[in-house]
Design a protein around this ligand. Structure first.
Ligand SMILES: C[S@@+](CC[C@H](N)C(=O)[O-])C[C@H]1O[C@@H](n2cnc3c(N)ncnc32)[C@H](O)[C@@H]1O
Length: 247
């Protein structure tokens, strides 16, 4: 792990969610995945601290396999599941979402909020498809342009941060090209961004105090502030979009 990633991990340590998201939006996407068998088998990829795994197991009755590369995050997921009385419904697996160790057709639903970008939207969908039973669902959130002509500041920021970012139409076309039926597409509400950015922003000043004279920590804080500021000014131009797909 490089120093910047290490600092980002520290900055995010203990947050309940590691990306924009809202339980209400997770539930809305879940309601679109029908029909499903009783006790549906759900694979949550890039689960972080379990924000979605806990909702899927606790409120949707899913049997969740939560995958992440970071053992410390998986330990947090297990502790939160235990505390919520969901230990028997959430199991954790340390694995790379680009090379998953599960048999074909093992899941009814594959879920991934704020993490498919790590594989790439098309490569993720392509690689994960074999894990889905025929007619199963894939739900992902992906940072997407919402307007045809976004402001220059946002374009420049994301050209550096996420050059592969496409429009909603571009992602829908890609999913269809890969043979998925697009069940629905909807944008995460603004509140879902602030559920993540709010607590993160509160940590920035104390983080600098905890890392005195550390130019890497300053750079991480500045970049995070820039990201939040960009969303504050231009959040109407881009968003986290839910893509609910059927295989
Ligand atoms: C932006 S966070 C989203 C976490 C969670 N879904 C949420 O909304 O809070 C992305 C997660 O993917 C994990 N991750 C990064 N690279 C990964 C990989 N190659 N395979 C599996 N997980 C990975 C990170 O540890 C992190 O927990």
């Amino acid at each position: 792990m490089d120093r910047t990633t290490e600092l980002l991990v520290l900055l995010h340590h203990g947050l309940d969610q590691l990306a924009p998201g809202l339980p209400e939006s997770t539930l809305r996407a879940w309601s679109l995945c029908a029909p499903l068998p009783a006790d549906p088998r759900v694979l949550d990829l890039g689960c972080g601290t379990g924000a979605q795994a806990l909702v899927l197991a606790g409120r949707c009755g899913a049997d969740v396999t939560a995958v992440d590369l970071a053992p410390a995050l998986l330990a947090t997921v297990r502790a939160r599941a235990e505390a919520a009385g969901l230990a028997d419904r959430v199991r954790t697996v340390e694995a790379d979402l680009r090379a998953l160790p599960f048999p074909d057709g093992a899941f009814d639903v594959i879920w991934s909020e704020g993490a498919i970008y790590l594989a790439g939207f098309d490569a993720g969908l392509k690689g994960w498809r074999r894990l889905l039973r025929p007619g199963g669902f894939i739900v992902v959130t992906e940072l997407s342009w919402l307007v045809a002509d976004p402001p220059t500041e946002a374009v420049d920021f994301w050209a550096a941060g996420y050059p592969a970012m496409r429009t909603v139409d571009g992602n829908v076309a890609a999913a269809e090209r890969l043979g998925f039926r697009v069940v629905d597409v909807f944008t995460l509400p603004d509140a879902g961004w602030w559920a993540y950015y709010g607590p993160l922003r509160e940590r920035l000043a104390p983080f600098l105090v905890q890392h005195p004279e550390d130019s890497d920590a300053v750079a991480v804080v500045e970049e995070t502030s820039r990201e939040i500021g960009c969303y504050e000014r231009h959040g109407a131009a881009y968003g986290y979009v839910f893509y609910v797909l059927q295989g």
